[in-house]
Design a protein. Structure first.
Length: 284
């Protein structure tokens, strides 16, 4: 069985500060996290390959991640960053693909969750950039919060030629125990065939010290019912997950939840490897 982690990060504070790590509650993450660190913890979860995802709005970070992928035995693909609004985006995407390790570039992401405009994805210059991402043969990772989902749904419908990947199930309000309107919006988004989703980043949306499979189950059931295993992929969100639990602990919980959902072996394989392999073209 191929076990793929479809979502993790790395950072080196000496080369690139991470301002988002300065609040006191983020102190456990305020250190370097290297590919060697990741490989060690991924091995304990029997992960054989991974998708490294951008952290900052920094094209140089993406270039460094691509070069790292070229020399790594673990990183199989990179989701990088590029400014969607720049008029020369096709040239920039071409430059990234032509840089060392550029063959590992599979997608682009922007921190939409941090944009003050909830309709940022609807801006014409952003939509134009997304069309260029599609033309380059790349996917687009949607990092959004629940209140961004209506505009995300509009955007996905407006760009059927682009494959979208929803990160962290749009960060459902697990700590509050609420399901709506998140669940209804997730079902609307999942109705669009050009969207897949990552079963990732949800333990940090629960109360960090009190989550378990029972707390997460209602949200995972919505995702499974909406997307189905063929459009759902496991992701660790390491090292951010460490705020609430280890990568092996989250991986084991996810397996327990899927086993309880009655998935067949083939469906289980899809979530833990097949979907990510297909969407991020990991066999190329």
């Amino acid at each position: 069985m191929t076990n793929i982690d479809a979502h993790h990060h790395l950072w080196d504070l000496s080369s690139r500060p991470q301002p988002w790590l300065t609040p006191p509650e983020m102190a456990p993450l305020h250190r370097d996290f290297t590919v060697s660190d990741y490989a060690a913890t991924a091995a304990r979860a029997q992960i054989s390959g991974s998708v490294l995802v951008q952290v900052l709005a920094d094209a140089q970070e993406t270039r460094e991640f691509l070069a790292l992928a070229a020399r790594s035995d673990t990183v199989a693909a990179v989701v990088g960053w590029a400014d969607l609004t720049r008029p020369d985006l096709p040239e920039e995407l071409g430059a990234l693909s032509g840089s060392p390790g550029g063959e590992f570039l599979r997608g682009i992401r922007h921190l939409v969750q941090g944009e003050p405009d909830p309709r940022w994805l609807a801006r014409e210059e952003v939509r134009a950039g997304l069309r260029h991402v599609a033309a380059a043969g790349l996917t687009y990772d949607l990092l959004v919060l629940p209140h961004h989902l209506p505009t995300a749904i509009e955007t996905v419908r407006a760009l059927p030629e682009l494959g979208f990947v929803l990160d962290h199930l749009a960060k459902p309000p697990i700590s509050s125990g609420k399901m709506q309107p998140w669940a209804a919006l997730i079902r609307q988004l999942a109705a669009e065939p050009n969207v897949t989703a990552k079963l990732s980043g949800i333990i940090t949306e629960a109360v960090w010290t009190k989550w378990d499979a029972a707390v997460l189950r209602p949200y995972v059931e919505v995702a499974l019912d909406a997307f189905g295993p063929e459009r759902l992929m496991f992701g660790s969100d390491w090292p951010v997950c460490l705020l609430a639990g280890s990568l092996p602990a989250w991986s084991e919980t996810a397996r327990t939840l899927l086993a309880g959902a009655g998935l067949t072996p083939a469906e289980h394989e899809a979530v833990f490897g097949g979907t990510a392999t297909r969407i991020y073209r990991l066999t190329e």
